[in-house]
Design a protein. Sequence first.
Length: 76
Amino acid sequence: MGTSEILASLPQLNPIDQLKIAETALQLVQINRQALTREQRRKQMGIAATTAVDDYSQDMELLAFMALDQEEFLDS
């Protein structure tokens, strides 16, 4: 079964099974990430940072949170 078949079948599963699959996938990603070299992790972080910049520069809903940067909050 390929990726597209797996993704196509997810909506047909009940939410509990969907969550089990998501948890298992996340665990596998974390295990695989630990096996990466330092340089491979740096490359992944660079890609993630570039994606985040693109997201924040184009998504006005995300930019709304920047309005809070100028707010002063009292610590009590």
